[in-house]
Design a protein around this ligand. Structure first.
Ligand code: FES
Length: 162
C-alpha cells in the first residue's frame, strides 16, 4: 500500500498543494511507479489517500496517456500517428516498429521490455516521425535510428538488471 510505504513522501507532496484533491496527479505517478500501471486497486488507493471518489481517479487515468490501465513493458514506445506525423510517414513507421519488435500496437514484447502504442499529437509535429519513450522524446526518426534506440534500451535494461 502506497500510504504505508511512502507516507513521508505523500505528506511532502500534499504540503505543496492548497488542498488534497490537487495532489492527485503526483500521487497517481507515485502509484504507477510502485505498481507499474494504474490498476483499479492502485486508483482506489490514491482515492482513499485523498478522500476522492475512485471514479475521479479513473477519469484522469483514462484522459492522460501516460497513465497505463493495463500492465506495460519497461519501455513504453508511444508513436504519434496524428495528422501531421501521418503525412510524414508515421503509419509506415508504426508498421516498421511493430514488425521489428514482433508485437502489434498495444502489445508488449514477451521479455516485458517494450510496449508499443500510438498516440495523438505530442506537439513535435515538425520532427516527425517521432515517439515518446517513457518521458523522453525521440525525433526525426527512421529505421536505423529506431534500431539504434531499441539496441540502446536493451543494453540499458541489461545493465540495470545486473
Ligand atoms: S501530429 Fe505528431 S507530434 Fe503533432
Amino acid at each position: 500500500m502506497i500510504a504505508e510505504k511512502y507516507g513521508d513522501q505523500i505528506q511532502a507532496i500534499l504540503a505543496r498543494y492548497p488542498d488534497k484533491k490537487s495532489a492527485v496527479l503526483p500521487l497517481m505517478h507515485l502509484a504507477q511507479a510502485e505498481y507499474g500501471y494504474m490498476s483499479r486497486a492502485a486508483m482506489a488507493e490514491v482515492a482513499a489517500v485523498l478522500d476522492l471518489d475512485p471514479t475521479h481517479v479513473l477519469s484522469l487515468a483514462g484522459f492522460y496517456t501516460l497513465f497505463y490501465e493495463e500492465p506495460v513493458g519497461k519501455y513504453v514506445l508511444e508513436i504519434c500517428d496524428d495528422l501531421a506525423c501521418a503525412l510524414c510517414g508515421a503509419e509506415e513507421f508504426v508498421q516498421m516498429a511493430s514488425r521489428k519488435l514482433g508485437i502489434p500496437v498495444e502489445g508488449t514484447t514477451p521479455d516485458g521490455l517494450f510496449t508499443l502504442k500510438t498516440v495523438m499529437c505530442l506537439a513535435a509535429c515538425d520532427k516527425a516521425p517521432m515517439l515518446q519513450c517513457n518521458l523522453h522524446y525521440h525525433e526525426k526518426l527512421d529505421e536505423a535510428k529506431f534500431d539504434a534506440l531499441i539496441a540502446q534500451l536493451r543494453a540499458e535494461a541489461a545493465t540495470v538488471g545486473d
